[in-house]
Design a binder for this molecule. Structure first.
Ligand code: TZP
Ligand code: MG
Length: 208
């Protein structure tokens, strides 16, 4: 969960999504989320199955965004749900034990409600404002992250506007990992970008 790549084909500068993901994994990405907002279901499942086969030799888990059915159909390693997706209890009942369930939290209420749930991680969305998600909620900022760290027992991932310049402070302030789209997908070299982010995370981890 330290360096979590969230895919967005439109951020990949016309390059093949599978190439971008594989380069990123070679650079040090530890988890990948397939995030598809416009693909039809059949194409989404096909893409998930292909991505899972690509990631398996690297031992990097594949998480499906929003869609429990696609996660099950592709035998992905887990699912990431937001506040307008299926409710947690429904997801928990549908997903086999051992699979990853991650949840986005946009408010303090979301964080507190999730305390009783068996989550693999909580994603603070967004940490900073970002053009990669046009309908994002009010950013948490570092003060918000500190509040969540003090009030949640879950592993924390931060997403939104993370890059090599602001990653260390997010880690030092309690994030267990960062999730990114553009910092890797839109980088000239996704592999180098991932490598640099990973180094920054490890530096940040040593300071807390
Ligand atoms: N959820 C909250 S912010 C965001 C998502 C999917 C987009 C993150 O993209 P970037 O380019 O890393 O800011
Ligand atoms: Mg969602």
């Amino acid at each position: 969960m330290q360096l979590y790549l969230v895919t967005d084909e439109t951020a990949c500068l016309g390059r093949d999504l599978f190439w971008v993901v594989e380069e990123a994994v070679k650079g040090g990405v530890t988890m990948v989320q397939l995030r598809e907002k416009t693909l039809e279901t059949r194409a989404f499942v096909d893409r998930a199955i292909r991505l899972k086969a690509l990631l398996q030799p690297y031992n990097v888990p594949l998480i499906i965004n929003d869609r429990v059915d696609v996660a099950l159909a592709s035998d992905a390693d887990g699912v990431h749900i937001g506040q307008s997706d299926m409710p947690y209890e429904t997801v928990r009942a549908l997903v086999p034990p051992g699979k990853i369930i991650g949840l986005s939290a946009e408010t303090k209420e979301h964080v507190l409600e999730a305390e009783d749930w068996d989550l693999s991680y909580l994603a603070l969305s967004p940490l900073y404002a970002t053009p990669s998600k046009t309908d994002h909620a009010e950013p948490w900022g570092l003060a918000g992250l500190q509040w969540v760290r003090a009030n949640s027992r879950h592993p924390l991932v931060v997403i939104g506007g993370l890059n090599v310049l602001n990653t260390a402070e997010a880690i030092e302030n309690g994030a267990d990992g960062i999730a990114v789209i553009s910092a890797i997908c839109s980088a000239e070299s996704p592999r180098t970008a991932a490598f640099e982010l990973k180094k920054t995370i490890q530096t940040g981890m040593k300071k807390r």
